[in-house]
Ligand binder design. Sequence first.
Ligand code: DMJ
Length: 605
Amino acid sequence: MYPPSRKDFISLTLSDAHSHSYNNGKHRRQSCWRKWKQLSRLQRSLILLLLARYSYLDCSPIQASHRSGKLKSRLLRQGHMWGQLWIQILLWWSPKDQTYLFFLNLPLSWRGAMIQADQASEPPPSANGKEAAAPQAPADSADPLPLDGRTEARLEAVRDAFRHAWKGYKDYAWGHDELKPISRTFGEWFGLGLTIIDSLDTMWILGLREEFAEARDWVEKELSFDKNVDVNLFETTIRVLGGLLSTYNLTGDQLFLDKAKDIGARLMPAFKTPSKIPFSDVNIGKGTAHPPRWTSDSTLAEVTSIQLEFRELSRLTQDPQYQEVVNEVMKLVHKLPGKHDGLVPMFINTNSGQFTHKGVFTLGARADSYYEYLLKQWIQGGKTEDDLLEDYLQAVEGVKKHLVRQTGSGRLTFVGELSHTRFNPKMDHLVCFLPGTLALGAHNGLPGDHMDLAVQLMETCHQMYKQMETGLSPEIAHFNLQASDGQDIFVKPADRHNLLRPETVESLFYMYRFTKDTKYRDWGWDILESFNNHTKVPGGGYTSINNVRDIENPGPRDKMESFFLGETLKYFYLLFSDDMELLNLDKYVFNTEAHAFPIWPSPPK
Ligand code: DMJ
C-alpha cells in the first residue's frame, strides 16, 4: 500500500479473534492500553506530542481511518506550524495480518503531484487503416504543480480509498462484475469484469499505474465478449463501451479500441426493432435482442443515454453505422408527441415508437440521463445540433415550471415529481446530477439563471448528506413544503439506503471547476470522510448500506457497485485536483458513467 522507500513505520502485531467482523470496535478499544505499552519511549513521545494538540485517537478500524484522515488534514491545514517538515500519522488496521500500523511519514520537502514520470506507460501507438488518428494523451497529472498540503492530502486520500476498494476487489472478486466485501466474494451481473473495465480510466487519472497495468493485462488476456449472455444495452454501453473508449482516448492503447469495437458491434442487434427504438437486452454471443419478459417497452433514459458512446465509436472507427442508429433514436424522440413542456414520460414502446405510461414526469430514475445527454451530445458535437439544444432548453423551462419548489422552512430548492398533475415533493439522489449539468450548460453560454438554479440545487444535495446522521445521503428524500415544524427533509424507512452513488460528488466537481468556490471541495471532503467512516470494510472494499440515519448500525448491504470506482472516486479526485487541464471541460465531455470523450472540433463555418 505504501512503498517502504517512502515511509518509515512501526508495526504492532495483535491477536484479535473478531477481526473479520464488519465492526468490532469495542473489542479493539479494550486492547489499546496494551498496545500503547508496547511502544518505545520515542514512539510514545512523538504520539503524545501530537495528541496534546489533537484531542484523542481511537483504535476502531473504521473510526481510526476516519480520524487519522481528519488528523492528517488538520495537520496539513496547519502546516505552517511545522515549517517545511510535514508529519503525517496514518493509523491503519489490516485484518488479514491482524496488524496495526502507525506510519510516521517525514518528507523534508513537499513534492507536489504524486505521479512519477517513470510510471508512464508506453507511448500511444497510432491507430491504423481508416480509423481516426490515435488520440493525444491529455496532460499527465504528473505535472509538478505547486500543490498546497491540503490539496495533496485530499488527492492522496482518494488514492487510498481507491487502493482499498481495489484490494477488496482483487482479493475476493477478481475478473467478476462486483465485489461483495462483507462476505468476501463476488456478484455477477453480465460476467464481463465490470469493475475492472469501469475502473480503468480512473486508475489512469489517479496515476495508479501498477493497478492499471494488471487491469490492462486482464483485458488483454481474459476479457472475451464471445459469451452466451444477455446484457442490458444501456448499462453495457455506459460502463463497458464507455470505459473502453475513454481509456483508449487517455492512453492511445489500441487494445482498448479493439475491445470497444468488438462490444459495440455485438450490441447493434438491439436496434433491430419495428420502431428503431432499441430493445433493453442483447445476447452478445448469439446476436439476438429482446425487451424484458413482461413488456415491449424500453426505459426512456436508457435509449437516449447511449448516444455519446456510439457517436464516439463512429468517430474513432470512421464507421457511421453506430452513430446512425443512436441519432435516429434522438430524432424520433425529438418529434414525438406526449412531452409536457419538454419533460418526457419514463417509457417508450419498441413496436410503436410512442411514449407509454404517460403522465409521470421525473428527473430521477428512468428519465434522468435523457436530459443530461441532450446537453452533452450538443457539446460533444461542437454545438451544432440545434434540435438537441432546443429540447434541452425547453426541458429546463419545463423543470422550472412544473418540478422546482422550495421547502417551507429552510427555503431549500428541490426538483419534485409530477404524477398525473399531482406534485410529489420527492427527489431521488440520482437528481443530484442536475446542478452539474445546469452549470455545464451555463458555462457553454446557456442562460445565467441555469447557474442560479444549479447553485441552489447543489446546496440541497449537500444538505441531503449533511442532515443525515452518517453524513451520507439517502437514495430518496422527501421535502416539506410547510413551514410549521421546521424540518426540511424527511426520509422514509424504505429509502434510507446509500449505494455509494456519485451524482452529488459529480456536481460538486462541475461547481468547483466553474466557480472555484472552495466550499464545494469542503463539502466533497466531508462526504469522502463519511464514506470512510461508515462504508469502508476492513480488509478491502466499500459497501453500500441500508440506513444512513443509524450511525451504530448502518447495515452493510455487502455490495460495492462498479460505479463507486468508475465514477464516485474519479469525481472526488477531479474535484480536489488543482490541475484544470486534467480533463479540461472545454475539451472533454463525460458520459453518465464518468467516462470522458473528446469534444469534436467545430466544423469550419
Ligand atoms: C451509474 O451507473 C450512472 O451514473 C447512471 O447514469 C445512474 N446510475 C449509476 C450511478 O448512480
